[in-house]
Design a protein around this ligand. Structure first.
Ligand code: NAP
Ligand code: MG
Length: 418
């Protein structure tokens, strides 16, 4: 094969081993603590032996974020705008204790928040299902993906502790200086007040991402808010989704044989529990935050939840939904063995490699990603897994440390026919 033919077939000869070629690099965002340790091991044991891995590397480890004044986080997000696909390791969001622990110059903002603000995306969280670990809800057969609006509402609120009796008014002044005033409450004594907002632009981006992701995943899209009580605020979300669906997506949905379904959030929670899964559930920021933790726990474990940020312009950033697993890291630093579950981080890599393969028309890269996912699940289904899963597994199971589990996956992978 000449070089061009080799690139086209996605294969490259490296000694005795055919390595899978990539055309465009992934944006690689390294992170912190236990997940940073796993990150290297996953690359070393499961990716580099098989793929001629091309990445543009950004070190989002807290120390390097501090050294660069957090510029590295901004650079990595901008690289994602340019290259289209990123894979991110979990990172520390500093609090006062971290500022002291790492001697930080500043309490840097959440990297995920910074990246989301630049990509303007929606976060989709999907559980990884494996035979032998049953969801708490026995009729759930397929994953339920949560699409969480990642801007505004209570996360960008203005709060006020009302000290005593007085008048509260909602006031908006337009650019011509005209005021609109709405009475909130005549306080008879102390209380609390909160101002929330969202923007049409952000809600519209959210809606576009949800409709596009549903078409990509070929799954029904559900959306729910509390529009019966919040007749202007929540109702506006409902209207924007409906108008966009009717004007832009209805025909494509019908062609794909999927549907868009709006219902009140109270009704949605009841239907979700009674469903067999296999759909995308779009939610406002707070609802999505809470419901994704509920769904992850009910499906088994946070360590089995993947997350992808999809921008309205079609950029993708894949990561695990869990954090840096600090408690395990401190044990690791003391030289103790840890059994940290790498599945969600492996699936972040396979999600990103598969997407890169799709965009660059490299079927071999997509096939590799799918094969590695199958090898990971098969290893667990054969009774070899990390400690957290042993507790949930229905059957004979052997608890392995993280490294032995990765070796077991590699063994399964090497034993599979391609
Ligand atoms: P966490 O890292 O998700 O861990 C919480 C607990 O969940 C762990 O102590 C562990 O329980 C269990 N767990 C989570 N992932 C696991 C895995 N892969 N394998 C086995 N067990 C797992 O959350 P956290 O302790 O609240 O946060 C730690 C740091 O992560 C914080 O600095 C936070 O800022 C950061 N964080 C980052 C992200 C992100 O980058 N996306 C998200 C959340 C949190 P046991 O100890 O009982 O085994
Ligand atoms: Mg949460």
């Amino acid at each position: 094969m000449n070089g061009v033919a080799r690139a086209a077939s996605g294969l490259e000869r490296d000694g005795t081993m055919e390595k899978i070629r990539m055309l465009t690099p992934l944006v690689e965002m390294d992170g912190d603590e236990m997940t940073r340790v796993l990150w290297q091991k996953i690359k070393e044991k499961l990716l580099l032996p098989y793929v001629d891995l091309q990445t543009e590397y950004y070190d989002l480890g807290l120390k390097h974020r501090d050294e660069t004044g957090d510029q590295v986080t901004v650079d990595s997000a901008e690289a994602t705008l340019r290259l289209g696909v990123a894979v991110k390791c979990a990172t520390i969001t500093p609090n006062a204790q971290r500022v002291e622990e790492y001697g930080l110059r500043q309490m840097w903002k959440s990297p995920n928040g910074t990246i989301r603000a630049i990509l303007d995306g929606t976060v989709f969280r999907e559980p990884v299902l494996v035979r032998g670990v049953s969801p708490c809800v026995c009729n759930w057969k397929k994953p339920i993906t949560i699409a969480r609006h990642a801007y505004g509402d209570v996360y960008k609120n203005v709060e006020f502790r009302v000290p005593g009796p007085g008048e509260a008014t909602l006031c908006f002044t337009d650019d011509q200086g005209r005021e609109t005033r709405l009475p909130i409450l005549r306080f008879k004594g102390p209380g609390i007040l909160q101002g929330l907002h969202n923007t049409d632009q952000s809600i519209l981006s959210f809606a576009h991402s949800c409709f596009q992701y549903a078409l990509y995943a070929k799954q029904d899209l559900w959306f729910s808010t509390k529009d019966t009580i919040s007749k202007t605020y929540d109702h506006h979300f409902k209207d924007i989704f409906q108008e966009l669906y009717d004007s832009t997506y209805r025909a494509d949905f019908e062609k794909a044989g999927i549907s868009y379904f709006y219902t009140l959030i109270d009704d949605a929670v009841a239907r979700v529990i009674r469903s067999e899964g296999g759909f995308i559930w779009a939610l406002k920021n707070y609802d999505g935050d809470v419901m994704s933790d509920m769904i992850a726990t009910a499906f088994g474990s946070l360590a089995m939840m993947t997350s992808v940020l999809v921008s309205p312009n079609g950029q993708f950033e894949y990561e695990a939904a869990h954090g840096t697993v600090t408690r395990h890291y401190y044990r690791y630093l003391r030289g103790e063995e840890t059994s940290t579950n790498p599945v969600a981080t492996i699936f972040a890599w396979t999600g990103a490699l598969n997407k890169r393969g799709e965009l660059d028309h490299l079927p071999a890269l997509c096939a590799f990603a799918k094969k590695l996912e199958t090898a990971t699940l098969t290893t667990i289904e054969n009774g070899r897994m990390t400690k957290d899963l042993v507790a949930l597994y229905e059957g004979e199971a052997q608890a392995l440390n993280s490294e032995a589990f990765l070796d077991a996956i590699a063994e399964t992978f090497n034993g599979m026919r391609s």
